[in-house]
Design a protein around this ligand. Sequence first.
Ligand code: PLP
Length: 388
Amino acid sequence: MIETAKLFELENQHGSGAYGKRPTALVRGEGVYVFDEAGRRYLDATSGQGVAALGHCHPAVISAISEQAATLITCHESFYNDRRAKLYELLASLIPADLNRFFLCNSGAEANEGALKVAKLLSGRDGIVAAKRSFHGRTTGALSMTWTQKYRKPFQEWLPAVDYVAFNDIEAAKRAISESTAAVVVEAIQGEGGVHPADNAYLQALRDCCDQTGAMLIVDEIQTGIGRTGKWFGFEHAGIVPDIMTVGKAIAGGLPMGAVCWRAAHGPIDRASHGSTFGGNPLACAAAIAALTAIRDEGLVENARDNGLWFMSELRAQNLRGVRQARGRGLMIGLELRGRVTPILKALQERGVLALPAGLNTLRLLPPLIITRDQLAVIGDAIAAVLG
Ligand code: PLP
């Protein structure tokens, strides 16, 4: 085993520098827990930024990956493959309406890049409307739709023009959306931006506006999708269907995968208009089949809904001095604090709970969907101890 000090030194010396790192090396995971190199256990309310919906090392995902690794790891999309076909069939059964044309890729940002291209190809238009406070990823197309200046500013000159409108403000959206708009992009809950849910009426009005102008409505479900909010996809709370949806994070049980999903009624995109070497590889597809099947069969979407509701009411009832507002849906929870979040994250970690920031003063909780009420209560007690 590599020594802790050596491990830190190597990462600091050779890493890109792009990440602010906590001084902890996580080396093992089991269910809702992760363990550091000294064997200390933490309750993981980050789920690795929302990836580990099934917790860590779920047996179904382990055996699917092991079996597929011994069968066929890579198979470019220029050939057919049994695992990919099976995944398409499963996704089509879980995703509402006719959102069942898929482009498989390897990350959330890549899915949003793909969604922009699909919107452009299907609409023949150029305009993009996105929301203030949005986060859609860090590659150039996805970054152009990401509002936060700190991510976008150094690259501004390289990015396509995007019209930013206030989130949850339908009049502002109506003023920006026109017959030259290709895509209107929105998160079902703004995650990085501070855990702000889209109002149902806002999503419904955006849907109407896109219908009237012919713009494509893209809902980014990369953080909110795969059961996180208590429905398979966040837009289902509003009873709408977007033209295009993007998913990532939890879709493949921890292996890298993203997907662009669009309405079959819009048809396929032109041959060679998009592509990916790794996209749709059988290893990730096998992991995704296992993960999605386990989430469905273990009732984890319902667990996110019921335990999320329960936990939110517990958190609100605590009426904590340090908390200005509790927001979210299902097991995507944000506590807007009266002060900075960084010292609170540190204090929670000292109590054995890992949580995330969302901006400077929001504490974000994305626990695995397998979490029990007793385990949520442990998080609640740690929060009360730190913020009470
Ligand atoms: N979109 C949303 C809503 C996200 O939360 C994220 C990541 O946090 C992304 C896109 C980018 O995903 P990735 O980091 O896999 O590129």
